[in-house]
Design a protein around this ligand. Structure first.
Ligand code: SAH
Ligand code: SF4
Ligand code: F3S
Length: 452
């Protein structure tokens, strides 16, 4: 590679889970500290960080087409760094397959980016997929500006080794960040504008402090930060849903009534083959306890259809479970064999056509469940955290406590918590009316023509 002038502008593109979004924001802060500015909308950046996801084949292949698209008409390209889980999983392979890439950096080594950029400027390519003892969390600068809803990674990695999943290999063993560091970072986020914090982890409810206390202790302490209005956490594993954390849903008002608790499948043989270490029944019992603690809780989950060997009858157990739970929203995927995972070499891989058909049936059931949940919210008055402007003049978009998107018009600003009456439900969002505000007069009813 030829030496290039030091980059003046950057763009970070994050794919995959919210932990990548969080890492992307912290990398951006680091690049800013190096004197590199964010490229403005539409402008080509001198340095592009592709913060990738390896969870399914499609997501992983995307990085190569993205790299191709970065090539300019004159044949040159910006400096390209591949970060994230594809970087960790495919390190050297990316270097061989994509000569335009000058840096490959795994999720635990982001703080080493400045050194890698200096090498790239000199024309040297580098790969760093170490999992060093010093953590990126300590070494990366804190974010100085965030929106009303901010992410905070509290736990990383996974020791569960579900047989289909790459995360234990790409993110390493479970680690919990220290309690005091988290409180300090949360306070900075609040000072930077956050009114809601979502605690993140691949298994966020496996977080423990130095004395072995669970996530509820962190939630409790965060709830004492006055200017912080809302706390959420994601993603949780059913086996780490402790009595203490369930009780927090009853006792701590700022903890929002929403729980993302993936189950993956409704059949016990399939769950066992997935190495999920819970049964359909033990999962449902956890949900019963959570509902007893917080009756209005909105439930969410993840599903995989077409795991190797899944029969149609076993798939129907998943549909039955969906029926029983009444989810507020969910993610569902076709099984994707991932290199190096045990399931990838299991016999009886399910045909793509069968997976397609199962996914359609599952998604129809999940969509119906989501619509029913949203419809049941109509008539409720709730607080909405305003996150951005809507499509129309004077319209705002925000989130209900149950993580539904709500749009409404009227006097508000980004970051406000406003009282809204939910008046109409669609599958993906609800219409609200500012409580106390009178409805907009419908002039057409009175024979007045309204300019379009
Ligand atoms: N730690 C979380 C989820 C992490 S990955 C948990 O245990 O639930 C996010 C979701 O991607 C998973 O819940 C699963 O539904 C899906 N997923 C993971 N590996 C997959 C694969 N090989 N094929 C299809 N979907 C997969
Ligand atoms: Fe993957 Fe299972 Fe760990 Fe979730 S719990 S990250 S699905 S291995
Ligand atoms: Fe994807 Fe890695 Fe997250 S594989 S889902 S970016 S942990």
């Amino acid at each position: 590679m030829k030496p290039t002038p030091p980059p003046r502008t950057y763009r970070v593109k994050s794919f995959g889970c919210q932990m990548n979004v969080y890492d992307g924001e912290r990398m951006a802060e680091l690049l800013g500290q190096q004197g590199i500015q964010p490229a403005s909308e539409g402008e080509e950046a001198d340095l592009v960080v592709l913060n990738t996801c390896h969870i399914r084949e499609k997501a992983a292949e995307k990085v190569y087409s993205d790299i191709g698209r970065l090539r300019r008409e004159d044949g040159t390209a910006p400096l390209i760094a591949v970060a994230g889980c594809v970087a960790q999983a495919e390190g050297e392979e990316i270097m061989a397959r994509a000569p335009a890439v000058s840096m490959v950096v795994g999720p635990q080594a982001y703080h080493r980016l400045p050194g890698m950029i200096a090498e790239a400027v000199e024309g040297r390519r580098s790969v760093d997929t170490d999992m060093p003892a010093e953590t990126k969390f300590d070494a990366l600068p804190a974010r100085r500006k965030v929106g009303p809803s901010a992410f905070l990674t509290v736990q990383e990695g996974c020791d569960k080794f579900c047989t289909y999943c790459v995360v234990p290999y790409t993110r390493g063993a479970e680690i919990s960040r220290p309690f005091n560091d988290l409180i300090e970072e949360a306070k900075k986020l609040v000072d930077a504008g956050a009114r809601e914090i979502t605690l993140l982890g691949q298994n966020v409810n496996a977080w423990r402090d130095e004395a072995g206390h669970g996530l509820e202790k962190l939630v409790e302490e965060l709830a004492s930060i006055d200017a912080l209005a809302r706390i959420r956490y994601t993603t949780s594993h059913p086996n780490d849903m402790t009595e203490g954390l369930i009780a927090a849903h009853r006792d701590i008002d700022k903890l929002m009534p929403f729980l993302h608790l993936p189950v993956q499948a409704g059949n016990d043989r399939v769950l066992k083959a997935m190495n999920r270490s819970h049964s359909a029944d033990s999962y449902l019992r956890v949900l019963d306890k959570v509902r007893a603690a917080r009756p209005d809780i909105a439930l969410s989950g993840d599903f995989i259809v077409g795991f190797p060997g899944e029969t149609d009858a076993e798939f129907k157990d998943t549909l039955r479970l969906v029926e029983l739970v009444g989810y507020a929203q969910c993610f569902s995927f076709k099984y994707s064999p991932r290199p190096g995972t045990p399931a990838a070499t299991m016999a009886d891989q399910v045909a793509v056509g069968v997976m397609d058909e199962r996914l359609q049936r599952l998604q129809a059931a999940l969509n119906a469940s989501q619509l029913a949940f949203n419809r049941a919210s109509v008539g409720k008055r709730c607080q909405v955290l305003v996150e951005r402007r809507g499509k129309y003049d004077g319209q705002w978009l925000g989130k209900s406590p149950w993580l539904q998107s709500v749009h409404f018009s009227g006097d508000a600003a980004i970051g406000d918590l406003v009282e809204v009456d939910l008046v109409e439900a669609g599958g993906n969002s609800l219409a609200g009316r500012l409580a106390g505000a009178s409805p907009r007069p419908d002039l057409t009813d009175r024979g007045v023509r309204v300019a379009q």
